[in-house]
Design a protein around this ligand. Structure first.
Ligand code: 5GP
Length: 193
């Protein structure tokens, strides 16, 4: 998606070779106009598939999920990183290893907000090794809900997550796919949108 790629080119900063900082518009300060354009693009790519719930993970996915939920005309729910104290029968829980922090989190969603009637679109800001997406897919599975697909803002295509998740047959739509960031130069996979 050209608009997002242009933003990454002008404001993104490569750190330690494989981390892209986009905190001026995506995951600290947020550009709601860009989020709206991204949400419309996900709506176009997942149109007609009956999405009735958006699932993301705190914190970076929340802004994107909210605006996307408005486009899809449904509600957004975010998985919470839990200290373990509320790991009871009322929640689905899974474990996610954070790529950026290197820590394992217990992640929960209340059983009140995800169930067999839900047709779920999972959204997140980044896809790297795929741990966050696979954790969210596990929660959808535990709930007996239907996974419609996954939408990602920025996929780092040089890491393994995207290939592994697509191999499972999941419809995975990333709005910008980076094939290389070596030497700080960001190269995108062409997608024509
Ligand atoms: P994964 O679980 O796919 O390895 O990593 C995805 C998660 O790690 C995302 O939710 C995102 O918060 C974080 N992440 C992974 N790579 C990057 C990156 O290059 N930059 C930033 N800002 N976050 C990242």
């Amino acid at each position: 998606m050209k608009l997002l790629e242009d933003k990454i080119r002008t404001e993104g900063v490569v750190k330690n070779g494989d981390i892209l900082k986009v905190d001026s518009f995506l995951n600290h300060q947020m550009d709601a106009g860009l989020f709206r354009a991204m949400a419309r693009e996900w709506k176009r790519r997942f149109d007609g598939l009956g999405v009735n719930k958006i699932l993301t993970i705190e914190a970076s996915g929340i802004g994107l999920a909210c605006i996307a939920a408005e486009e899809f005309g449904c509600r957004a729910v975010f998985a919470k990183k839990s200290s373990g104290s509320n790991m009871d029968a009322e929640v689905y829980s899974t474990k996610i290893t954070s790529f950026t922090k290197g820590k394992v989190f217990d992640v929960i969603v209340s059983k009140r907000f995800l169930g067999p009637e839900d047709r779920v679109l999972i959204l997140d800001d980044f896809l790297a090794n795929g741990c966050a997406l696979e954790g969210l897919m596990d929660l959808v599975n535990q709930a007996g809900a239907t996974l419609v697909g996954c939408g990602i803002a920025i996929e780092k295509g040089f890491q393994e997550g995207g290939a592994r998740i697509r191999k499972k047959g999941v419809k995975l739509e990333s709005l910008a796919v980076i094939v290389s960031m070596s030497g700080g130069e960001i190269v995108f996979r062409e997608d024509g949108t």
